[in-house]
Design a protein around this ligand. Structure first.
Ligand code: MN
Length: 244
């Protein structure tokens, strides 16, 4: 099982969730929202296990925590994974959009100088601008667009740029989410939970529940669930072979 975007550090009892992740042998990309959370969150993951910790600066916090960019740059050599980063132009965060954009550009610049990173990227309400920013500074890094509900033109553009996508049960619970996923090629998609933020029936999703998306994908892509599961595993292995 694979969950390529999860906020392990934000569950009420992260150690209990990690213990269950280990028991269920789930591969998890554990994203963070501020650089100062990276080291503590990385300590949650057993050494040599299936959890990788990503260094992030979430767009909702980017303006307030711009001072942590320096720490971001200092910590980056410790991981191949970056996230959650990105842009958010939804109502709550529109006001800080220009500041977010500046921070995102700086992060892409830092990652560009480093190279070889996998980026878990947020894009709510800012799909076109996000692709513009990525196109300007991709530089050998692999963006994985998390919960990307762009239109078909934007999805085609992202694919052409070499982006991947991570999609989860909450995204596929909406019509718009299903329409977006229908446009995504099977070979560049990975499951995600986005727990505990993403919910189903008012309950934060658990990392192992990301895998429930395979049943939803089977419907959207009109393919057998066994084929979807095998494909997700193959995608993941290919990605890890690139990123480690
Ligand atoms: Mn998230």
């Amino acid at each position: 099982m694979i969950d390529f975007h999860c906020h392990l550090d934000l569950y009420s009892d992260p150690s209990a969730v990690v213990a269950e992740v280990v028991r269920r042998r789930t591969y998890v990309l554990s994203v963070t929202t501020v650089p100062s959370a990276f080291e503590g969150t990385a300590k949650l993951a057993p050494v040599g296990g299936r959890i990788r910790t990503a260094l992030g600066l979430h767009p909702a916090l980017a303006a307030k925590r711009i001072g942590e960019l320096e720490l971001f740059e200092r910590l980056l050599p410790q991981t191949r994974y970056v996230g959650e980063i990105g842009l958010d132009a939804s109502r709550d965060h529109k006001g800080s959009f220009e500041a977010q954009r500046g921070v995102f550009r700086d992060i892409l610049g830092i990652c560009g100088r480093a190279g070889g990173k996998v980026l878990s990227v947020h894009s709510r309400g800012a799909h076109a601008i996000l692709l513009d920013e990525l196109a300007a500074q991709m530089k050998g890094n692999l963006p994985i667009l998390h919960w990307f509900v762009g239109n078909s033109k934007q999805i085609a553009r992202a694919v052409e740029m070499g982006c991947w996508f991570s999609v989860g049960p909450s995204m596929l619970a909406s019509k718009a989410g299903r329409a977006a996923v229908a446009e995504m090629p099977m070979g560049v998609v990975l499951p995600e939970s986005d727990g505990p933020f993403a919910m189903i029936d008012d309950k934060g999703l658990m990392p192992w529940e990301a895998w429930n998306v395979t049943a939803q994908l089977a419907q959207v892509w009109n393919a057998p669930i066994e084929l979807i599961s095998a494909r997700m595993e193959e995608n993941f292995r290919g990605l890890v072979a690139r990123a480690g």
